[in-house]
Ligand binder design. Structure first.
Ligand code: AMP
Ligand code: MN
Ligand code: MN
Ligand code: MN
Length: 273
């Protein structure tokens, strides 16, 4: 079975729409695919309305929050996308995104950069604005060399455009995913660059709030990371998840289904689905 439980569409910051993503998943031989757009279920809903054969579709979402001053992402997998708690959470997060876009614009300008919220909105194509849209704008107007540079200098952790105080609290997000019948999963734990001690403290709080899943495999990661996260997952008796975090074609490290297998000793999250 080829399983990919973390992907994006044009409903957030991906470049393929839901139908194009399903098509690509089918061509890649994926048997089970979760669509997990940032703070929206629009991509999922479009996919479930499409008639395409191929991968079994799992409804998902990737919710933004903050823990101890660090921006973190929580996946809600196998949720009911029509549940009222998801509708409420999505509305609150979208409002946060909109306020955040204004705040990011203000801060980038204060840092001396040219930044036009109208140009950023245009890049987002009417969908919710994320930092990748700001990154593209900064490249377009010559403030940054490329996307990577834009994140490194202006949008990444601790930089002027890193605004994370507007999201719903982690506990609220976990509760909503559970109420919607889904499984809360801590996304790409290695991306937060936490010390082991801090990652354990995060997992203590995540699990105490009802979190049960850990994304042990995120894209084409190193064996060391897989081993560290695999041990944490096992020790805490969490459910193990895996996904590419696919956003767009052409990035070999995040191609659909392109990641190492889950270590055999773990409990895969999809076993009860
Ligand atoms: P946001 O949802 O607005 O907080 O933006 C987060 C998104 O920005 C992530 O999901 C990635 O798609 C993208 N991103 C984060 N860091 C980088 C980076 N260093 N280079 C390129 N894209 C990034
Ligand atoms: Mn993204
Ligand atoms: Mn993420
Ligand atoms: Mn993602």
């Amino acid at each position: 079975m080829r399983i990919d439980l973390h992907t994006h569409t044009t409903a957030s910051d991906g470049t393929l729409d839901a139908a194009e993503l399903l098509d690509r998943a089918q061509k890649a031989g994926i048997d089970m695919l979760a669509i997990t757009d940032h703070d929206t279920v629009d991509g999922c809903l479009l996919a479930s309305n499409s008639e395409q054969a191929g991968a079994k579709l799992i409804h998902g979402i990737e919710l933004s929050t903050a823990w101890s001053g660090v921006g973190i992402h929580i996946l809600g997998l196998n949720i009911d996308p029509g549940s009222p708690t998801i509708t409420d959470v999505v509305a609150a997060q979208q409002q946060a995104r909109s306020l955040r876009a204004d705040e990011i614009t203000r801060r980038l300008r204060k840092a001396g950069l040219a930044c036009s919220i109208d140009a950023v909105k245009k890049l987002a194509g009417g969908q919710a604005i994320g930092r990748p849209h700001f990154a593209r704008h900064l490249v377009d107007n010559g403030s940054a060399r490329d996307i990577k540079h834009a994140f490194k200098k202006y949008l990444g952790p601790g930089k002027a455009g890193d605004v994370k105080n507007l999201w719903l609290p982690m506990e609220r997000i976990i509760a909503a995913v559970l109420l919607a019948g889904g499984i809360p999963v801590l996304a790409h734990p290695a991306k937060y660059k936490l010390t082991n001690k801090k990652l354990n403290a995060l997992l203590d709080d995540f699990c105490a709030a009802g979190g049960v899943g850990l994304e042990v495999i995120s894209g084409a990661q190193s064996k060391d990371i897989t081993q560290t996260l695999g041990s944490l997952c096992e020790r805490r008796e969490m459910l193990a998840s895996c996904g590419s975090d696919f956003h767009q074609p052409g990035f070999p490290w995040s191609e659909l289904g392109n990641f190492p297998p889950l270590p055999a000793h773990l409990n895969p999250i999809w076993e009860s689905w």
